[in-house]
Design a protein. Structure first.
Length: 493
């Protein structure tokens, strides 16, 4: 039996499970800690990105102590966005902040904003996220008037797979609009990131919501009627698609009341002149998303399968090096695996662009996760062949959160194995993450804290901790210093 050739019928429907306890490593959600200390101890702020009634969003770099005095090194460090909310104001928006934190902590998808960590001091709550430097979709449409059909198709495909992922994980966004769709970089062809989860809510298929939330242009008719479900996001996607192809909203009015009345009636046309050059297939998808009856409206998964979306030009081929790196990652020390998961959250878009594209290329059903079958197919495409047991072990090690799939950050971490870390800035920062008391050593207790997220209800066997320490502790003093850590990270199998 060879993974590069087929998937065994015997194991096709098996849920991925760890083969033994040694596969426990750092989970992406565990990294996203809430620190009760001053953020200025770890971040330098470079400029204000935006400000509002309750706080400010600033650009920042995370500085490791040896580099604090070296401006040239600071300039080359990855940049992040920090949303700082005044606690006195937070009382009015406390529920939204809590919702946003819980959603961002839980999600892991290439088209959803990535939360890194949060800080809380005497006056403020700070959310540290990746920095989207390409501006909003709203600004791009405003600058260009509208997008051509090829540009719009790329945007809509990414938004659909992001919303499909949210819905599969029982989240509904409830405030989808071009202002909440950000380009990750200013480069042509940059990916889109969905942001602002303050109105998001956990919701099963059977649940119905009643509170009126959203922005008038994008709100679904059933929200105004007082009972709705996840399909409200699909209506909003239809409005977004209409706007980016035409530059005008399908439901308009002189004020919010007139706009909401137009939405409630649910009638629209393709009269704007820009629609004269838009294909019938594109109009068909809009019409099937802007169906007033949510029971007849396409779901995100159904819309993703629409011929107009599937007409997107295929992405570039997957390289053999991706799987060579993954296989080396699986055989590496557990602490190195955990460190690479930490680093995967802190690289720039240019650092991970090829890996992002490989992930999307392998994610055939667009659910934001890689199944065993999708991994096997990827291996087959590059001619990589391994036996069944080795393949199952590979899947179990990659699946750090044990949800039965390889998540986005798990994939990125494995792809980073062969990365050159001669620039030690990220390694110093990663070491300091594990060395929580900043005494220059990673101890057994700090290993436990990192791998459990500080959750005392999770028991990490001493034997497992000993294995993790002994794999790296060359001088056998029972702890890991920075030189041992550096040797581990720069040594290749």
């Amino acid at each position: 039996w060879e993974v590069g050739v087929c998937v065994s019928k015997k194991t096709k429907n098996l849920k991925l499970r760890p083969l033994d306890t040694r596969h426990r490593t750092l989970q992406n959600s565990t990294i996203k800690k809430n620190y009760t200390e001053r953020i200025y101890k770890y971040y330098d702020f470079t400029r204000i990105i935006g400000s509002g009634k309750f706080g400010t969003v600033r650009e920042a770099v995370r500085i490791s102590k040896p580099e604090r005095s070296v401006q040239e090194k600071r300039d080359n460090l990855p940049k992040f966005a920090v949303k700082s909310v005044h606690k006195a104001s937070a009382n009015h928006i406390g529920l939204e902040l809590k919702r946003e934190f819980l959603v961002l902590k839980d999600i892991d998808h290439p088209n959803l904003l990535n939360l890194l960590e949060t800080y809380e001091d005497e006056g403020y709550m700070h959310f540290v996220t990746e920095l989207c430097e390409g501006g909003s979709l709203a600004k791009k449409v405003s600058d260009k008037g509208c997008l051509n059909e090829d540009e719009a198709r790329i945007v809509m495909q990414q938004l659909l797979i992001a919303v499909k992922y949210l819905h599969n994980n029982e989240y509904v966004h409830r405030d989808l609009k071009p202002e909440n769709c950000m380009y990750l970089s200013p480069n042509e062809g940059s990916d889109i990131k969905l942001i602002d989860f303050g109105l998001s809510k956990i919701m099963t298929e059977e649940q119905v919501m009643h509170s009126v939330n959203g922005t008038p242009y994008y709100i679904a008719p059933e929200v105004l009627q007082g009972a709705y479900n996840k399909k409200v996001d699909c209506w909003s996607l239809g409005v977004i698609m209409y706007i980016i192809l035409s530059g005008t909203p399908p439901f308009n009015g002189k004020n919010n009341q007139e706009i909401l009345l137009s939405v409630y009636n649910g009638c629209f046309t393709f009269r704007p002149p820009t629609f004269k050059t838009v294909s019938d297939l594109a109009k068909d998808l809009i019409s099937k998303l802007l169906v007033k009856d949510p029971n007849l409206r396409l779901s995100a998964a159904e819309a993703y399968q629409h011929p107009w979306i599937q007409g997107l030009t295929p992405l570039s081929q997957i390289s053999l090096e991706v799987f060579q790196s993954i296989e080396s990652f699986v055989r590496s020390q557990k602490l190195k695996q955990a460190t690479l998961i930490y680093i995967a959250n802190r690289l720039t878009v240019n650092d991970i662009e090829s890996m992002r594209r490989s992930f999307r290329n392998m994610d055939k059903d667009g659910n934001g996760l890689l199944s065993r079958e999708e991994l096997a197919l990827g291996m087959k495409r590059v001619g990589r062949q391994i036996d069944e047991l080795t393949f199952l072990n590979l899947c179990c090690v990659l699946d750090t959160n044990k949800n039965g799939y390889v998540d986005y950050t798990e994939f990125l971490a494995a792809c980073l194995y062969n990365r050159d870390f001669s620039n030690q800035g990220l390694l110093i920062t990663a070491f300091q993450y594990f060395d929580s008391d900043n005494n220059g050593y990673i101890t057994r207790d700090e290993i436990k804290k990192a791998l459990t997220g500080g959750d005392v209800s999770i028991t990490l066997p001493e034997s497992e901790v000993n294995v993790i320490i002994n794999e790296v502790d060359k001088n056998q003093d029972g702890k890991i210093d920075y030189n041992e850590f550096l040797e581990m990270m720069t040594h290749k199998l």
